[in-house]
Design a protein around this ligand. Structure first.
Ligand SMILES: Cc1cc2nc3c(=O)[nH]c(=O)nc-3n(C[C@H](O)[C@H](O)[C@H](O)COP(=O)(O)OP(=O)(O)OC[C@H]3O[C@@H](n4cnc5c(N)ncnc54)[C@H](O)[C@@H]3O)c2cc1C
Ligand code: FES
Length: 521
C-alpha cells in the first residue's frame, strides 16, 4: 500500500453544493482546483479539510466521522475537522483546512486557512518549571514521535535524541513491505528529511550507543566514556530480533530485519538470489515472504506452528493467510524447524533439507531492556510503567516495544509490538515529560499487509473464549470479534474498515463508561 496519487473527484466545492446533499453526520469528497477536499457536517456546523490522509494517502471519506474528527480507514489516524491537525498517529502531519460558507441553501468551500507558522525555538530558554534538557534514548517510532510532540507543544528546552542506529528515524513498517518489494522509493523511508532535526532544534546523535543510565545522578553514559546529564529521560530502545541458536546460525546466509541497514542487506542479496528460506511465520517473516515473491524469488517458509498467525488471529485467519501465500507461490514447511545451517543447506528437524541462497529469520523479537535492568528499573517481560508511562524511577519514562503498561481496555498489564502504539505512547510520554499527567488510554491498533490484502487489528486479546465471524474470511471480507466472558477484547478485519473503526470507538467508550462507573461521585 503506497501513497495515493491525488486525483480529485466529486463536485467542485468552490461553486457550491446544495446543503441537502450533505445530511447531518455525513461526509463527501469533492475538490477545490487540484486539491481533494473532504466536506463534513455536524449539526449545523460544516468543515472542509484535505481528503487524503497525510500518512500513506488513505481516502478519509471512506473513514469514520466521530464528533468533530475523522479517522482514516487504513491505519486509524485521526484528524481534527476544525483545523486539519493530526490528532492520533500514525499521521504526524496535518491536512489542509478551508473555510465553508452557507448561503442560499448551498455550501461553498472558500479560502484555505493558514497553517500555524512554525516558531523558531532552538535558542529560546525553557519556561519556569520546565525541564531544561530532555534526553530520548532511541530513534525509532516512540522516540521520534516524542521529540516531535515536545516541539509541537512549544517545549523550548533542549532535546537530545540518542540512537545507536546509523539511519535517522525510519518508517520501519515499510521495510518489510513496499520498500523491500522494490515498490517504494527511498524518499518514503525516512520519517522526516534530515533538515527537520536541525530546523526543530532536535539534537539527533546517530551511531551513539547508550551503555548505562544513572537515574540518581540523572546521567546517561555513552560508549566511549562520555556522560550526558538529563532532567527527564525517555527510554524507547524498542526490540530486537531473536537470534537463532542452531549450528551455523552465525553464517552470512542468515539475515534478520529490523533496521534500514538490515533491509538494504536483504535487498542486495535478493538481487542475485533464486531461492530464499524464511524461518518463522511471524508477521514480519510473512511480509518478507510476500515482498520477496514480488521480486520473483522462490520462497519457502519454515515454522513450528500448525497454522501461521493462529495464536494471535485464530485458525480461520491462519488458514486464509496460508492459502493467500500459497496462491502467490510460497511453499510452507509447517510443524517443522531448522536444525542447522551449513552453507546453503538448511537441515530441518523433520529430517528433510532445503537449499537456499539466502535465509531470513523472522522468529520474533525481544524487548531491549538491558539499560533498564542495569539502571534498576522494575521489569516484568518489559519495563513496567504506570498509567502515565513513568517507570519506577521518577522522571524516567518509557514508550514503545519495551513498555509494559496498565491497559484500561483489557484490564491487564500488556506489552505490544505495534508501530501505532509506539508512536502514540511517545506522544503521551512527551506530554508527561512536561509534567502534564496524561494517562495512556489509546486502544492498541496494528496492521499487517500481505500482497494486496491488509489485516487490521484493534484491541488486545492474548486469550479468548469465543470468536465470532461476520462475513467470509476466505472471500477477504470479514470482521472477527475475540471475546472473553462476553466482552469484546479485540477485532480483526479484512476490508471492513468502517466497522473496524466503529469497534475501536466502541472499545474506547466502553472503557470510558467503566472508569466513570468506578469513579466515586
Ligand atoms: C520490518 C518491520 C515491519 C513492521 N511492520 C509493522 C506493521 O506493519 N505494523 C505494526 O503495527 N508494527 C510493525 N512493526 C513493529 C514496529 O515497527 C515497532 O512496534 C516499532 O518500531 C516500535 O517502536 P520503538 O520506538 O519502540 O522501537 P524501534 O522503532 O525499534 O526504535 C528503537 C530505537 O532505539 C535505538 N536503540 C536501542 N538500544 C539503544 C542504545 N543502547 N543506545 C542508543 N540507541 C538505542 C535503536 O537504534 C532504535 O533507533 C514492524 C517492525 C519491523 C522490524
Ligand atoms: S493512510 Fe491514513 S492512517 Fe495510514
Amino acid at each position: 500500500m503506497g501513497a495515493q496519487q491525488s486525483n480529485p473527484t466529486g463536485p467542485d466545492l468552490a461553486t457550491g453544493i446544495p446543503i441537502d446533499d450533505l445530511p447531518d453526520g455525513h461526509m463527501l469528497a469533492g475538490h477545490i482546483g487540484d486539491d481533494a477536499v473532504l466536506l463534513a457536517r455536524r449539526g449545523n456546523e460544516f468543515f472542509a479539510i484535505g481528503a487524503t490522509c497525510s500518512h500513506y494517502g488513505g481516502p478519509l471519506v471512506e473513514g469514520l466521522m466521530v464528533e468533530d474528527t475523522v479517522r482514516c480507514p487504513w491505519h486509524h489516524a485521526c484528524f481534527s475537522l476544525r483545523t486539519g491537525e493530526a490528532l492520533h498517529a500514525p499521521a504526524l502531519s496535518p491536512v489542509a483546512c478551508w473555510a465553508v460558507e452557507h448561503r442560499d441553501g448551498k455550501l461553498f468551500v472558500t479560502a484555505k486557512k493558514e497553517a500555524p507558522a512554525p516558531e523558531s525555538r532552538s535558542r529560546a530558554a525553557p519556561t519556569a518549571g520546565m525541564p531544561e534538557r530532555i534526553v530520548i534514548i532511541g530513534g525509532g517510532a516512540a522516540g521520534f514521535a516524542a521529540a516531535e510532540k515536545l516541539r509541537h507543544e512549544q517545549y523550548q528546552g533542549s532535546i537530545v535524541m540518542l540512537s545507536n542506529d546509523e539511519a535517522p528515524p525510519v518508517d520501519r513498517p515499510n521495510l518489510s513491505k513496499d520498500y523491500l518489494a522494490g515498490n517504494a522509493p527511498e524518499e518514503w523511508v525516512p520519517l522526516r528529511p534530515e533538515s527537520f532535526y536541525a530546523d526543530n532544534g532536535i539534537e539527533l546523535r546517530l551511531n551513539t550507543n547508550v551503555t548505562a543510565i544513572d537515574a540518581r545522578s540523572r546521567e546517561v553514559a555513552l560508549a566511549g566514556g562520555s556522560k550526558l546529564r538529563y532532567d527527564r529521560l525517555l527510554l524507547a530502545t524498542g526490540a530486537e530480533p531473536i537470534r537463532l541458536s542452531i549450528p551455523g546460525a552465525g553464517q552470512q546466509q542468515l539475515l534478520m530485519l529490523r533496521s534500514l541497514a538490515d533491509c538494504r542487506a536483504i535487498i542486495e542479496r535478493a538481487k542475485t538470489a533464486r531461492r530464499v528460506v524464511v524461518l518463522g511465520a511471524s508477521f514480519i517473516g510473512l511480509e518478507v515472504a510476500a515482498s520477496l515473491r514480488a521480486r520473483e524469488i522462490e520462497v519457502h517458509v519454515v515454522a513450528p506452528e500448525k497454522r501461521p498467525m493462529e495464536r494471535i488471529l485464530g485458525p480461520q485467519v491462519g488458514d486464509f493467510v496460508r492459502a493467500l501465500h500459497e496462491e502467490h507461490g510460497v511453499v510452507f514447511h509447517l510443524e517443522d524447524t531448522a536444525s542447522s545451517i551449513d552453507g546453503n543447506q538448511i537441515a530441518l528437524k523433520s529430517g528433510g533439507a532445503l537449499e537456499a541462497d539466502l535465509v531470513v529469520a523472522g522468529v520474533g523479537v525481544h524487548p531491549r531492556t538491558e539499560l533498564a535492568e542495569q539502571a534498576g528499573l522494575k521489569l516484568d517481560r518489559g519495563v513496567i510503567a504506570d498509567a502515565y508511562l513513568e517507570t519506577s524511577a521518577p522522571g524516567v519514562f518509557v514508550a514503545g516495544d519495551i513498555a509494559r503498561w496498565p491497559d484500561p481496555h483489557s484490564g491487564e498489564s500488556i506489552r505490544v509490538e505495534h508501530w501505532v502504539v509506539a508512536e502514540r505512547q511517545g506522544q503521551t510520554a512527551a506530554l508527561n515529560l512536561l509534567g502534564r499527567r496524561e494517562k495512556f488510554v489509546a486502544v492498541p491498533f496494528f496492521w499487517s499487509q500481505h500482497y494486496d490484502v491488509p489485516i487490521n487489528y484493534v484491541g488486545h486479546a492474548e486469550k479468548w473464549d469465543d470468536l465470532t465471524i461476520e462475513g467470509d474470511v476466505m472471500a477477504r471480507d470479514c470482521l472477527l470479534r475475540y471475546k472473553r466472558n462476553g466482552r469484546v477484547l479485540a477485532v480483526a478485519s479484512i476490508y471492513r474498515d468502517v466497522e473496524s473503526l466503529k469497534a475501536e470507538v466502541a472499545m474506547e467508550r466502553d472503557t470510558d463508561s467503566q472508569s466513570s462507573m468506578a469513579t466515586p461521585g
